[in-house]
Design a binder for this molecule. Sequence first.
Ligand code: HEC
Length: 120
Amino acid sequence: MRVFIVMSVMCLIILASSWSIGQPIRGNPKEGRAIYGQYCLRCHGNTLDGNGPDAQYLIMRPANFLSQGLLAKADWELILTISNGILFTPMHGFRGTLTDQQMLDVVSYIRSMTPFGADN
Ligand code: HEC
């Protein structure tokens, strides 16, 4: 009986923690998807792998959002990059174009596309 209780509690804890990890981050991924399609897709690609239709014309490859490097970054790091851009690269800043909320939406869309990490 005691084993059963211990097992149930463990299952509950595991369920609860995976549930909290799966929570969307403040932004709205549905909104983010539309924003991504309008502003980011041409470089970062439909599947977020950095192979958008315009990527071939750039001096450097757009970031692959499925990479481990990106998964390791915190949301605020991505927001900072989206907002300010990266100096001397085709990745320009979107401050002024997108609102803070829209940047959060895009980040949660990106996260929703890579929920369990990636294979490359
Ligand atoms: C004109 C092409 C272009 C567009 C449009 C563009 N990006 Fe980028 N982006 C790039 C390139 C190129 C890099 C890689 C720069 C580098 O490697 O230093 C990059 C890098 C990034 C990074 C940094 C990734 C990292 O590893 O830290 C983020 C985040 C990002 N882009 C988000 C976005 C979002 C969100 C949008 C749309 C709102 C967007 N980008 C639109 C070209 C683009």
